[in-house]
Ligand binder design. Structure first.
Ligand code: FAD
Length: 377
């Protein structure tokens, strides 16, 4: 009889959790290692909580189509984590937008995304000179706290060994053909002898590769601020996104009972690219930097488009590193990255793109008895 293959999944965000569960159900013995004190405390929590329906990506047909395919799967898998009791408006700016209303509607039809001209009571919320058209669409938000609870349940059910407050500090080959993982937890350092390691650390992907002595993957990072706000009553049951350029978006943020508020120009505070010349551990440097909110700048601009926003009140800001593939700078597309045998046999790397396209990763993941590994689409 073949011995049970052993895997370590590093990173207990949504992607690491879903992957660990999948591998365990596929017949592997799986340990999930997370340096924070709980699952889903980093990017999987500190994001805009949008369950993408494709509308956001009029410049990337593939990302729009994948979002349409993944949305119903996500809703079916996590029905209790979905917030849908709000109206979602997409408004097209008259100036400086990379799409027109005609282009936006044509794109929605091509990807099969429901879109309707918004009733006049919604249109009147916007400045008519600055907004060409307003549409109602089908877009939901997810509750990250409920998603965390769902992940705990699924991992327990699948028999995954979950180790919190445990940082992987080193990965190397071992003589018997597998990998050895050094995991530093509250009780000290532990060594795990495994067949496969899955690097699901998102913004720290290259930090972990460096810990394995492997060259970095070119990745672009930005320090992002997502303001949390209380919306004025007339806007409280709305989500709003202005397309497509240096504009703003406000979405219900269910895990805190407020709205998140982002702005294409002001949400990123700083950005950098990892490459052969070096990498920066954004999580560590975030802690060392004094931060001043850009919310006043976000609001000052947004009020020009939607005057009632002037009564919006900031209650907090979420700060997180957003990591993307530089190759998608031009079209804003969001494919995942899934690479196997990265620098070391048995070491795989996953770069998430959006919560919903976790299924693009799962569909491309090998099971214990599966044929050879292949790349994700
Ligand atoms: C500002 C912002 C807004 C976004 N908005 C949306 C949105 O509206 N909708 C959407 O679908 N997506 C959005 N995204 C993208 C989405 O949040 C990410 O694609 C997704 O959450 C990444 O999941 P993950 O599990 O890969 O990463 P994470 O949730 O960051 O998980 C990685 C984990 O690895 C752990 N880790 C790191 N290094 C180690 C180590 N050495 N040892 C052990 N553990 C380690 C970290 O602590 C972390 O918990 C947004 C992202 C950001 C930053």
């Amino acid at each position: 009889m073949q011995p049970t293959p052993i895997a370590a999944v590093v990173g207990g965000g949504f992607y690491g959790c879903m992957l660990a569960e999948r591998l365990a159900r596929g017949g592997m013995k799986v340990t999930l290692l997370e340096r924070e004190s709980d699952l889903l405390l980093r990017a999987s929590l500190a994001n805009q909580a949008r369950v993408h329906g494709g509308y956001h990506y009029p410049r990337s047909l593939l990302t729009g189509l994948r979002s349409r395919a993944n949305l119903p799967r996500f809703v079916a898998e996590f029905p209790d984590c979905i917030e849908r009791s709000f109206t979602k408006l997409y408004a097209i700016a008259s100036r400086h937008s990379q799409v027109t209303a005609r282009h936006f509607v044509g794109f929605c039809r091509r990807i099969g995304a429901p879109v309707e001209p918004a009733p006049p009571r919604f249109g009147r919320l916007f400045d008519r000179d600055l907004i060409e058209a307003v549409f109602t669409v089908e877009e939901f938000a997810f509750d990250a706290a409920k998603l965390r609870r769902a992940c705990h349940g699924r991992l327990a059910d699948a028999g995954v060994d979950v180790r919190l407050s445990t940082e992987v500090t080193r990965i190397g080959p071992h003589g018997r053909g597998g990998l050895v993982v050094s995991a530093l937890g509250s009780a000290g350092e532990d060594l795990l002898w495994v067949d496969r390691v899955f690097n699901c650390t998102y913004a720290r992907l290259n930090t972990l590769l460096a810990a394995a002595g492997v060259a970095p993957i070119p990745l672009r990072h930005e320090l992002a601020e997502m303001a949390l706000v209380e919306m004025p009553e007339p806007l409280a049951r709305l989500g709003v996104t202005v397309m497509c350029g240096p504009f703003f978006s406000a979405m219900p943020f269910p895990s805190r009972g407020v709205h998140s508020f982002s702005h294409v120009r002001y949400t990123p505070h700083t950005s950098w690219t990892d490459g052969p010349d070096g990498i920066l551990d954004g999580h560590r440097s975030m802690g060392a930097t004094a931060r001043q909110s850009h919310f006043p700048l976000m609001l000052r601009d947004a009020v020009r488009y939607m005057p009632l926003l002037a009564d919006c009140r900031q209650v907090d800001s979420l700060w997180e590193i957003k990591t993307v593939l530089p190759a998608n700078d031009r079209d804003d597309g969001r494919p995942i990255l899934l690479e196997h045998d990265v620098g070391l046999p048995g070491l795989s790397c996953v770069l998430a793109a959006k919560i919903d396209n976790v299924f693009d990763m799962l569909d491309a993941i090998p099971m214990a008895d599966a044929p050879p590994l292949r790349r994700a689409a």
